[in-house]
Design a protein around this ligand. Sequence first.
Ligand SMILES: Cc1cc2nc3c(=O)[nH]c(=O)nc-3n(C[C@H](O)[C@H](O)[C@H](O)COP(=O)(O)OP(=O)(O)OC[C@H]3O[C@@H](n4cnc5c(N)ncnc54)[C@H](O)[C@@H]3O)c2cc1C
Ligand code: FES
Ligand code: FES
Length: 453
Amino acid sequence: MKFILNQKVMETGESPSFHTLDFLRKIGIKGVKEGCHEGDCGACMVLIGELKDSQVKYKAMNSCILPLGRIEGKHVVTIEGLNLKEKLNPIQQALFDEGGVQCGYCTPGFVIALMAYFMNIDLEDTEIITAVEGNICRCTGYNSILRAAEKASNVISSLDDSEGRIAALIKADYLPSYFSGIINQLKDIQIEPQPEKGTYVAGGTDLFVNRQTAENPIFLAELGFDKIWSNESHVYVGAAADIETIRTSEELNFLFDTAHHLARVSSLPIRQQATIGGNVVNASPIGDLTIYFLALDAEIGLVLGEDKRIMKLKDFFKGYKILELQDREIVEWFRIKKEKKLLSFEKVAKRMHMDIASVNSALSLKIEDKKIKEPHLSGGGIGPIPMYLEKASQYLENKEISSEVVKEAARIADTEINPIDDVRGSAKYKRLLLRQLIYAHFVKLFPELEVSL
Ligand SMILES: Cc1cc2nc3c(=O)[nH]c(=O)nc-3n(C[C@H](O)[C@H](O)[C@H](O)COP(=O)(O)OP(=O)(O)OC[C@H]3O[C@@H](n4cnc5c(N)ncnc54)[C@H](O)[C@@H]3O)c2cc1C
Ligand code: FES
Ligand code: FES
């Protein structure tokens, strides 16, 4: 398989399941560092450039959980590929000037993350902190890193973008000039066919954690399952659509505040890699996307050769990691009704970003003639499967909102769940969390409501 590493076209016979970080270190690229090897720290971050709509679109990804097969035909950039010949680029210079570097182990990852941000953001955007939410520094204070990030972004805001962002960044000495020729080099790379049988890999953020590998990987994004589209009645989300694409999708944000809700899912590099299909098929009882789409009463489209079938997402989970999925069957898409509803998503985790939930929950509903219509309540971390809370949802139908109704819904939900004691908290604590999250949905959706304990 072929890809471009910095300025050079590379060809390797390594397994497509081999981790990109380990490959890069093996061939002597030392700017990528190994920290956690779990996608948590950003030390191994690289830029991945992909041909899309006649442009090369770059994003930052953690190479430790990125199988080589996912970089075939793409441009991989390490810190070595960002270095200018005789000076530091403005991000590196700002980190130096502001004292944002101590031991330097995390620094390549921060530079990559910031470069990816500058390659993509709206120039008016000032939320620079999102750029580095997936990077951990163990010794320098974060304030100096953020000062450096802001300093580097001050220059960015005055860029002339008229000939495209890459050209502008080259002109301002952020990127080396070879970036302008990458587009033509990528067009020349032939992609090898995928195996007929093997392990389906979407983002690989579950499959490739901690040096795990997959036999004969079949990369679903390359099969075209990564789009979001709609018709008159439904919005469809391709199973290989990544979480950041879902979070920022115009179709979904027209209906709900998805951009805000899904900002709580992991960190930007993970959201750009992890998919909804992987979240659902992994069947973790606390999968955020699963809980979100359960509350949207989503349907799931499955395909096996010529055979296609559709079922409710809530009927997909049969027991702990047991799914209504046949051998070789692929989840093709999820669909939800194209209608505006009130939607709330809540998550309690030990850390704000990069963390799975202790308990999460979502609720969607409509209000007609002051009454609740079509309520769907879900909860995660409170049983062996991601739970659609059937009885509480049924109870809410046709009720007028009041403090008593909310409390009764939470009481009924408590009878449906079966949490266990684990590292994320005791069963008792999780019951308490679910109740509080249900209260939080209503307090947030109906600010005039006061739910007293
Ligand atoms: C650092 C880190 C932070 C994380 N934070 C969160 C978080 O905040 N919230 C959260 O919910 N999760 C989190 N996760 C877990 C993970 O990112 C998600 O579960 C993610 O959505 C998995 O998707 P994927 O595409 O990477 O799955 P993959 O690893 O590619 O696949 C997972 C499983 O699904 C199967 N599969 C994938 N797609 C299909 C399909 N279309 N049809 C059939 N089978 C399929 C694969 O064969 C595999 O068995 C985190 C993970 C990491 C490493
Ligand atoms: S080594 Fe920590 S994210 Fe890759
Ligand atoms: S400078 Fe040492 S880990 Fe960040």
